[in-house]
Ligand binder design. Sequence first.
Ligand SMILES: Cc1ncc(COP(=O)(O)O)c(C=O)c1O
Length: 389
Amino acid sequence: MTDLPNSSLHLETLAVHAGRTPDPTTGAIAAPIHLSTTFARDDQGEYSRGFVYSRLDNPNRRTLEGVLAQLEGGTAAAAFSSGTAATHAALQAIGGPGRILAPRDCYHGTRLVMTDTLAPWGLEVTFVDMDNLAAVAAAAMDPTAAPVALIWVETPSNPLLKVTDIVAIAAIARDVGALLVCDNTWATPLLQRPLALGADLVVHSTTKYLGGHGDVLGGAVIGQGDHPAFGRVRQIQQVAGAVPSPFDCWLLLRSLQTLPLRMRAHCDNARYLARHWAAHPAVERVYYPGLATHPGCVVAARQMSDFGGMLSIAVRGDRAAAQAVVTHTQLFGRATSLGGTESLIEHRASLEGPNSTTPENLLRVSVGLERMEDLAADLDRALSLALQS
Ligand SMILES: Cc1ncc(COP(=O)(O)O)c(C=O)c1O
């Protein structure tokens, strides 16, 4: 059952069946967890069973990577111990010093990898508005700057929910001979498949929707196994060694079975809440690509099958007003991260620190799987209590 034809099966079916072969020795349907860090040679002194040492490869990780590759429509995946480790590897796939283009509003941790960790090693970053195609083309073809080796796309973006046209950026990347990498964490392969739209590599923080329960940290890079950039990612994974534990791989595989169902519920809830708060007098603006008023709505509708479970709201008022709202919620947890069963709310500018460009009155909401009316009532109550105080 590991070699399911991903062209003919729907993602809902793949999510349940991919990688689920009964254990050959016991018949166990749920896979065993292989904790062994090292593997024995056979009688001929060879590693004919395919495993040598767990940093290089492990049965649970191999199964996970196979399933992730099938879900994204790639042929290979490399699993990492966090989304940030996956980001590092994908950026290092350019092989050495070079210039990249990145979205001005990319996830702030990704920005830190670029500017603080990799810049001293020769990575030069030009930040652009990825939803402005003319600006991206101009930056990519700037005759006064170094050639562009990689374009980084994150769509929808964190936390402004900007939408990038992946097909259009892929054309620019092809024109200048750059790699296109898409962080697909927020959309998941259920809603958006960047490889089919022209990306060379897809990056995930599997900590979010793919894990889905807030209990496993992980990341992945997915692509075509014979692409040189993927080869470099695999090498970085095995040599640098930021790999997930067998238990984390097992947890993630279990979660992937319910990803399609969870995503449907996340999307339905977020749509309801976005419409609800768009009409709320205490809300200045709702950032959600499924609203017709959102500048990226048309592109999102074209390249996504639904609009996801994330939204941000700008509260009418200042930073203090937004911070007051989150002190009054009862169902929405006050925590960072996203993509889990429970709804979370966060004053993003506080987390991002003094260099944040996020509006001061913005609250980012990860819409969970609770009943949508209960979520609406919880934040409505918090909004009115904050306005009274
Ligand atoms: C879009 C995006 N990419 C990458 C990451 C980093 O993932 P991790 O926290 O698993 O390192 C995050 C984390 O919030 C994210 O939102």
